[in-house]
Design a protein around this ligand. Sequence first.
Ligand code: GLN
Length: 482
Amino acid sequence: MFSFQNISYYQQQLTGEETTCAAAVEYYLHKINGANHLNAFVEVYAEEARARAAYLDEQRKNGQPLKKLHGVVIAIKDVICYKDHHVTAASAILKNFQSLYTATALQYLIDEEAIIIGNCNCDEFAMGSSNENSVYGNVLNALDQTKVPGGSSGGSAVAVQAGLCMLSLGSDTGGSVRQPADFCGIIGFKPGYGRISRYGLIAYASSFDQIGIFGTNIPDIALLLSVMSRQDRMDSTMDQSPVIERSAEVKKTYSFCLFNEVMEHPSLDPEIKKGIELLATKLEGEGHSIKRISFNLIDHIVPAYYVLTTAEASSNLSRYDGVRYGHRSSKPTTDLEQFYRQNRSEGFGAEVKRRIMLGTFVLSTGYYDAYFQKAQEIRRLLVNQVNEIFAEVDAILMPTVPATAFPLGQDQKDPLATYLADIFTVFANLTGIPGISLPLFSHSNNMPFGVQVMTNKQDELTLFDISAMLMQHKMRATASNI
Ligand code: GLN
């Protein structure tokens, strides 16, 4: 029976003829079939994945050297373009739309012989925290089916959580990879801004968006990043620093910081707080240093994030007008404005409409200075603060989310409360630094939660080294040890 631990071991099994790509694909297709009720996938490319596996098995038999991702079975979020496959951003406005080209990051995976098994459910246009804003319906958390998997990349998270693929891709504009990873008990990684080409990623807020990776171990995630971070002339915002490869040389002790205002935040679940504190104490005991610093901008980051991202979204989503892209209403009209109004009103869901309106408002004459301009100033202050912090420490430690996975339906009742829960993740997107959520803890309510680690811009290497070290610290932060 096939089982997966990590890419390196899987490829050893392939070369040792202990397994085949075909066996891996059959295993995952079988598991996906049995997990239909979780609603993680929008489409499964069964026949295509089988054909690809057979081709790769044949190549190996013929003595061809294995490429870096030979036979690695990967699922993608429904916001990543894959030529001749549907891509809809879980929206009725893009129903039946087929990609005209393949996203660069995805093409790099395919070039290294990955197998793409299907695309995954998500919140519409990646806007949300629960995967309940989807035209395909909500996704269930495989650990407790009364709970959300998080969002917006909920389907991609559950695909890894439930063992329906080896790794998956999501997108992270304000936490959409790290937050569902925290809720599902897996690793979720967002690279620094500009690390991975955004060409072929459906835009939500372009100065925040990054493709991110879900997985179960650090070496696999680091390998995927090293492949996807290759340069691309189609994205002019790409970082020009060289591709990252993990080295064998690892620093032994690190300096970390904790923000007082985060650890004392009224929204933070006491058990999560305790878990992070226990980890900090343990790290200090091992010779690492923990600095506690003040971060007085904490209450400005969620408002700044929602002003800037909705402004960018209102502009990015204006292309879905039913002329070149998107749903066209069947109601007859000869009035152009009415024509746009009908197409967009029928095509977009409630959360997307709310954000387009909010974004249009903060950009409007008369309110621009009060909202958009102010939010940009806050963003600048945050970047300055980050530069000061990383002049002194290697990494920031934080909870990923203030609470564990919440029940289905709760988000719909109070969108503002849901926005506020993004408080710990949007920081990395506002400042462009890399961040990761590591599944180290379990709560007495039986749900997992993670610790978030962030390093300086362009320093994914240190982030991976620290993460690999922290993954040895799996601990329970249950009521009993509080
Ligand atoms: N929850 C955040 C939002 O709704 C995160 C979105 C994201 O990262 N794509 O905007």
